[in-house]
Design a protein around this ligand. Structure first.
Ligand code: ATP
Ligand code: MG
Length: 718
């Protein structure tokens, strides 16, 4: 018996060594689904049932794909390079690069991330003279992406009214614009490659014959288009294995379709369903909390998870005065864990909303705790990095209008909105790109200022970067463009300067990566390849790469991962569950699944924190504890600050107070007031004015002392 199979339980063993058949693995968090998938690939290779080329494996994140490759490399003496293991988007990109001609794309097409896409849409709407109050660019973007995710081109979308007809028009015009510019957005990667597979028998047959084994992780979160895409690869002789957990379906808002699980059963698995019920990840208390929580969801396929591990530690609950204090607590506690010998890599800080990360980052930075942010405003999405990349893009693809508009006047070189509008008009009239239009006009003019200066600058950069290495080219661009000087001069610009320097490091790491070099040829050169990498793998070369660093990410991004200790933050009504979810059909159920995902990331220790007040999107919100906290049996929880039922003194000092009271405020210290939820309390502090007024009230008993905003809290005199 090969060593690979040691330690698997009977159900896992059955799944790993399944004969050449299709099957659905349906199992809860931490039951070894991903491990089964990886081990099966290793087993298939080790027993020579197929070659590395015969396998197509789809994972949910780049991180997961990398991990799978690393694990395979460790299990077997094979070269995992060139294997088709990746995300839907990554693999679709690969397919389109290989068959760009058949897909109707230039050899060096480049990828628009979501922010690029939005600015492309804004540009389009502007050129069509659209009233953006009526048609918000963001809504247009969602409309386009939702349809692409559903596999629908503009001409396939049914419109019921004039408003919708306009949206469809924008969709069609947007696609035209992208084709003209040779750019591809994320949804397009999939749709375009799906169409290619549907259209071309030869290509489809080639891959169908090649992939004898197709394996998909996190199947519950695939959308209709992804499933259709996958089905094209399945030939007569392909065995498909999908693994999933309906309780962890958290992407309905992006069109994930749990119905795919039923369809998969019908299309491929038939009665071949394997359930795994033993959880190997978490200690008993953590698992009990997760089970109790998810049992509140009415519509589930229903699975039981058990563990042979002991109960372990209770779940620690921390009530913070405000978000900053929550962040400071986490920074200190993470340091304490680190001192006990836990690697920072093995500790995660999870949040519901990306906006929460800034305060956390600040506290960690101040405390000197190395950290790494996954997802959200990732390294490659930061303003300064995008500016730098835009210069790079313009050198590599001068017809990229998005890149052109981003940097033509950044740093400012006195090019006015009017000049740009004229340029855009002229470009439109001659159906040409902005660069070509500007170039035709100014190439022979004296360098000077304004547009002429810009044209000369880009030309000079093109010449200067010819034949130098990628990191050298970037360094040159940062200096010559004035970007570096701009941020150096900016107050608080140090982070941005660091990020720009980090971009040079990222390029250095990139060109030392043999894989990248190998792929560069297909991708139309190293520069194009680096840009594709930047768009696809945002975040992986952030400061701290390869070093031990605390892991910060949204709950969504944490799916499939596990950590020794997890800090789950912001457990407040309106944040987690989110405000929006409360008014959506099935919204709360989806939030609860998200909470289930969050809890089940922890192996040994779980912290749950919430704050009495929090700055979000420029506003202070006063939160009450999330209902999800109430859904965890109280005996599993351990409050770790007195603040859980806070004493007055504890909260009397931390934040600066302006005790001055506005004369219009009807609330005075010592007054008795009544609150709908907390009952009667006494006002112990008042601060702010008008709608910003907030009052501190001691409700005694279980509710203790709270800050409430008068704008939201309905208070009456009692
Ligand atoms: P999720 O639903 O969160 O994606 P999963 O079902 O994919 O979880 P894995 O990540 O594969 O679960 O496994 C969870 C943990 O349990 C991993 O650390 C894995 O190595 C371990 N594990 C899985 N099966 C076994 C086993 N038979 N013996 C020991 N450890 C195991
Ligand atoms: Mg998994």
């Amino acid at each position: 018996m090969p060593q690979l199979l040691d330690g698997l339980n009977p159900e896992q063993l059955a799944a790993v060594t399944l004969p050449h058949q299709s099957a659905l693995i349906l199992a809860g968090a931490g039951s070894g689904k991903t491990r089964v998938l990886t081990t099966r690939i290793a087993w298939l290779l080790q027993t020579a049932q197929t070659s590395p080329l015969g396998i197509l494996a789809v994972t949910f994140t780049n991180k997961a794909a990398k991990e799978m490759q690393t694990r395979l490399g460790a299990m077997l003496p094979i070269n995992t390079r060139g294997m088709w293991i990746g995300t839907f988007h990554g693999l679709a990109n690969r397919l389109l690069r290989t068959h760009h001609h058949e897909a109707g794309l230039p050899q060096v097409f480049q990828i628009l991330d979501s922010a690029d896409q939005l600015s492309a849409i804004k540009r389009l709407l502007k050129s069509m003279n659209v009233d953006t109050d009526k048609f918000e660019p963001k809504k247009v973007q969602n409309f386009i992406n939702n349809n692409k995710d559903a596999g629908l081109r503009a001409q396939h979308v049914e419109s019921y009214d004039p408003y919708m007809r306009r949206l469809v028009e924008f969709y069609a015009a947007y696609d035209e614009q992208c084709n003209r510019e040779g750019v591809v957005d994320f949804a397009e990667l999939l749709l375009r490659s799906e169409e290619l597979l549907a259209r071309s028998d030869a290509i489809r047959r080639h891959y169908q014959q090649r992939f004898r084994y197709i394996l998909v992780d996190e199947f519950q979160d695939t959308n209709r288009l992804q499933y259709r895409w996958l089905k094209h690869f399945a030939g007569m002789d392909s065995a498909l294995m999908a693994v999933g957990d309906d309780d962890q379906s958290i992407y309905a808002f992006r069109g994930a379709h749990t119905g795919n699980m039923n369809e998969f059963q019908r299309d491929y698995a038939h009665d071949n369903i394997i359930k795994l019920e033993q959880n190997y990840r978490s200690h008993g208390n953590i698992l009990d909390a997760a089970n109790a929580l998810i049992s509140k969801n009415p519509t589930r396929l229903g699975k039981n998870l058990w563990t042979s591990a002991d109960a372990g530690e209770p779940i620690r609950v921390y009530l913070a005065y405000n978000d900053q204090e929550e962040a400071r607590f986490i920074a200190e506690e993470a340091q304490a864990l680190h001192r006990e010998g836990i690697a920072l890599n093995d500790i995660a800080v999870l949040y519901r909303s990306n906006a929460q990360s800034r305060v956390l980052e600040h506290a960690l930075f101040s405390a000197g705790v190395p950290y790494k942010v996954y997802g959200g405003l990732r390294f490659f999405e930061r303003q300064e990095v995008k500016h730098a990349l835009a210069y790079l893009r313009l050198l590599a693809f001068p017809d990229d209008d998005g890149a052109f508009t981003r940097v033509v006047n950044f740093p400012t070189r006195g090019i006015g909105a009017r000049t740009l509008e004229q340029l855009i008009d002229a470009a439109q009239q001659s159906s040409s790109s902005l660069w070509k239009t500007a170039y035709a006009k100014y190439a022979d003019a004296p360098a000077g200022k304004g547009l002429a200066g810009f044209v000369h600058l880009i030309r000079a950069m093109q010449e200067a970067t010819l034949g130098v290495t990628l990191p050298e080219a970037i360094e040159h661009i940062l200096q010559a463009s004035g970007l570096m000087a701009h941020y150096v001069a900016e107050k608080d610009g140090q982070d941005r300067v660091d990020n720009l320097n980090e971009l040079i490091n990222a390029a250095t790491v990139f060109i030392n990566d043999a894989d990248a070099i190998a792929n560069a040829e297909d991708n139309g050169g190293l520069m194009a390849s680096f840009l594709a990498h930047a768009a696809l793998e945002a975040g992986t070369h952030q400061a701290g790469e390869g070093h031990d660093a605390l892991q910060l990410m949204t709950v969504h991004a944490a799916k499939g991962l596990e950590f020794h200790a997890v800090f789950l933050t912001g457990l407040e009504e309106g944040l987690f569950p989110s405000e929006q979810s409360m008014s959506e059909r099935d919204g709360l159920e989806e939030e609860r699944r998200l909470m289930y995902v969050a809890i089940t990331r922890a192996r040994r220790r779980l912290y749950i924190s919430h704050a009495q007040s929090r700055m979000l999107h420029g506003q202070t919100r006063y939160g009450i504890a999330s209902r999800f906290l109430d859904e965890i049996p109280v005996e599993l929880l351990k409050p770790i600050n007195k603040g859980y039922a806070p004493a007055v003194e504890q909260y009397a000092t931390p934040a600066p107070r302006t005790a001055k009271q506005h004369s219009s405020s009807p609330w005075r210290m010592g007054m008795n007031v009544r609150h709908a939820k907390f009952g009667v309390g006494v006002v112990i502090n008042v601060e702010g004015q008008g709608t910003d007024t907030r009052v501190q009230i001691n409700f005694g008993g279980a509710h203790g002392v709270k800050w409430l905003s008068l704008e939201y809290a309905k208070l009456e005199a009692a």
